[in-house]
Write a protein that binds this ligand. Structure first.
Ligand code: GLA
Length: 393
């Protein structure tokens, strides 16, 4: 059998790698550490910016920052282990987005904290991460929240969790230029292990919903198509939803029922709204299914979600459709769907734990035959958010 499932380094070993690397690059042992997880969304896609509902979990894939005071003044020197790149951000250039895209997430957080009167001193930082990059698993939110916690440790000035989430969202919107919703940063900061988070994106509140993964496992499969929200149709979908809401005379699609939709003359806007309204209902039914341990129903809702994202919302792609198609016919699979923004990235598969490896192998082999390359498979467990994680560091 091919080794289909990507090994998962522990948080402790990532921290050690970051620490060793900082010593190599700057000759200092780290004074501060911070960490944040990635996330996967069980269901409730493209609902967050419509004031709707979502049901994500934080995952046991982490971004760790190790930092020490820098000899240089007025700058951040950052080394990414995953990308094998070193970049410098100088305070004089703080108002212009950094030429390297991943640096903008750190820069954005520094800018937001500076507006609150919290100044970042000169630092050397190493980033070690097991969150797959560009896969729709929120590597960017993990980097933002880890940076927010790091800044607070360094300066000894703390924000509330809600303010930290807000600063990270604004970093992504204003400096990275991605018009994201609130889901990623909220769950990356606030999740609990063994729980999903039911987010009410109308007021950004959440309720932890127990999710015990004894009998079922989550398999995340990367299509190999790298998604890019900034360059994709994400902003266009947001705009279509806003136009749909305006045409229906409401401020968000949250306020709409399926029976209101025939009043929308524009076919395209009607389909977009249909996805959002039906997805919100699926989230509510998924919570009830999760509470009953009713995996069949949860799996069916996941497949319905994928169909809606593919047909009504048009954010899937052939490779994601192939993965879902291959997954749902496997014995032991309850359901599968694209997860995250779409246009590439990953699918999430809900599966009998015992069948995990056999299914990963089978889907991997067939996908490689159909598409021409082998997908990467990740076994995912729910994890603590950055708030809980950093308190324990
Ligand atoms: C991206 C965005 C989120 C959300 C999802 C789609 O991950 O960052 O805010 O809109 O897409 O559900």
């Amino acid at each position: 059998m091919l080794p289909m499932i990507v090994p998962n380094p522990s948080l402790a070993s990532l921290t050690e790698s970051a620490s060793d690397a900082l010593e190599r690059f700057s000759g200092c042992t780290p004074t501060w550490f911070a960490a944040a997880p990635g996330r996967v969304n069980l269901i409730g896609e493209h609902t967050d910016y419509n004031a709707g509902w979502a049901l994500p979990i934080a995952i046991d894939r982490y971004t760790v920052l190790a930092a020490a005071p820098s000899g240089e003044t007025g700058q951040l020197r950052v080394h990414s282990l995953a990308l094998e790149e070193e970049r410098v951000l100088s305070w004089e250039a703080l108002d212009t987005p950094h030429p390297t895209a991943w640096m903008r997430y750190l820069q954005g957080v520094i800018v937001q904290y500076r507006r609150k009167g919290i100044e970042c001193p000169a630092l050397d930082i190493v980033v070690a991460s097991s969150v797959p990059l560009g896969a729709g698993l929120s590597s960017s939110a993990a980097l933002e929240l880890a940076m927010a916690h790091l800044l607070e440790s360094v300066t000894g000035q703390s924000l509330s969790s809600a303010a930290r989430i807000e600063a990270s969202i604004e970093a992504e919107r204003q400096t990275a230029g991605v018009p994201c919703g609130v889901m990623d940063q909220t769950v990356v900061e606030s999740a609990h292990p063994e729980h999903a988070l039911l987010l009410d994106c109308a007021d950004n509140t959440f309720i932890p919903v127990p999710f015990h993964q004894a009998d079922v496992a989550l398999l995340v499969i990367h299509s190999g198509i790298s998604h890019s929200l900034a360059q994709s149709a994400y902003a266009q979908r947001r705009d279509e939803c806003e136009r749909g809401a305006r045409a229906l005379g409401v401020s968000t699609l949250r306020e709409v029922c399926l029976s209101d939709l025939p009043a929308l003359d524009d076919e395209l806007l009607r389909r977009r709204a249909h996805h959002v309204v039906s997805e919100n209902a699926r989230v509510q039914r998924s919570v009830a299914a999760l509470q009953r341990g009713d995996w069949d129903t949860l799996g069916t809702l996941m497949v319905d979600s994928h169909t809606s994202l593919r047909d009504d919302y048009a954010v899937s792609c052939d490779e994601l459709d192939v993965l879902v198609e291959l997954a749902v016919v496997e014995a032991g699979v309850y359901g599968a769907r694209l997860t995250g923004g779409g246009f590439g990235g990953c699918v999430i598969v809900l599966i009998d734990t015992e069948r995990l490896e056999a299914v990963a192998e089978s889907i991997g082999r067939q996908y490689a035959e159909r598409v021409g390359w082998a997908p990467l498979c990740y076994r995912i467990q729910s994890a603590a958010g950055a708030n809980e994680l950093c308190a324990a560091l």
